[in-house]
Write a protein that binds this ligand. Sequence first.
Ligand code: AMP
Length: 396
Amino acid sequence: MNTLANYSFAGRRAVVRVDFNVPLDADLRITDDTRIRAATPTIQKILGDGGSVVLLSHLGRPKGGYEKKFTLQALVLRLQQEYGREVLWGGDVLSDEATRLSQALQPGQVLLLDNLRFHKEEEAGDEAFAKQLARLGDVYVNDAFGAAHRRHASTAVMAHDFAPQDRLAGLLMQAELDNAQKVLDNPQRPFTAIMGGAKISDKILLIERLLDKVDNLLIGGGMAYTFAVAEDGSVGKSLLEADRVELAKQLIKKAKEKGVNLVLPADSLTADRFANDADVDVASNMNIPADRMGLDLGPAAREQFAALIRTSKTILWNGPMGVFEMSNFSLGTEYVARAIAEATAAGAYSLIGGGDSAAAVQQLGYADRVSYISTGGGALLEFMEGKELPGVAALG
Ligand code: AMP
């Protein structure tokens, strides 16, 4: 894979696929600019070399034509601030204006084009559409790790319209892959993975693969209740994937065979309904009353998880420990985030993956106290499962 390290962009126009899929509020104001900031080192490297930049991204899930609430024009002012220079707006990626401005770009200039997904051809990976995108520059840089698991026109297909030496991984892409690889190859021990979130079904492959690698596997969040049922527990109205109970049994068995310490929460905070102001109580995870649901780690589980995390040397976290969007059920997630920060301060390497766990670490103010926060949810999971990412494979 070619990287930016030994490449000079002097006098060249770089088409840079970024992941500027940022959340916007109803007034089209950016509510979290992490993804914008994450791509800045790549953009600054190109501009610093004396190159120019054409920015391509998707935003949200438009239906295949222009929609005001998904236009990247909302990002122009923020990007001008970020790069300390004017950002030209070229409108639709296939417009005459986009072609004209891209051809006239001078060293140090930045051009932003509109949402790639206003064209259905983007997600279809259409080759003719990819060729049109490739005409916008002389060199292709992919810095959109968050979209690297998709075989879309801009994330994978268009790379082939450039000479092999002119298809490059951006600095963010490279950092993401290096950090994920670091956890998979020769992790320092004990290696603890913490899996949470709503469903096992999204994370089966990763859990299976991790059983070959980790010393401790802590299961929290909604998925813990399917594991509790697999161990003959009763979970009341908690989230349960009944069709995954067998699978959970197999995973528990496999963990035993491999000597992995698979840990289920000792207890839960239970609620009489799915609401922040619900009546709260504590129950064993194996014995949740029939009319209640588990929405967070209980006090014993918080200590149990935090203790194992604090003594770990490598930590991977994906998925919240409870319904952390509701303040009364965010304590489990908070304890885990704090324990990871403490372990990191004591020398552990910690990788935070997935949208929700990354958001939790940011919100709780621990962003500077963990080793790396991935910008990729699905892409990171697929990479860690051992799948080839089309966006990475296309870089050769
Ligand atoms: P995921 O996208 O699979 O990582 O799941 C994240 C979601 O799981 C968050 O929105 C949480 O609110 C939700 N979640 C975590 N724990 C629970 C739980 N015990 N019951 C229901 N939802 C949960």
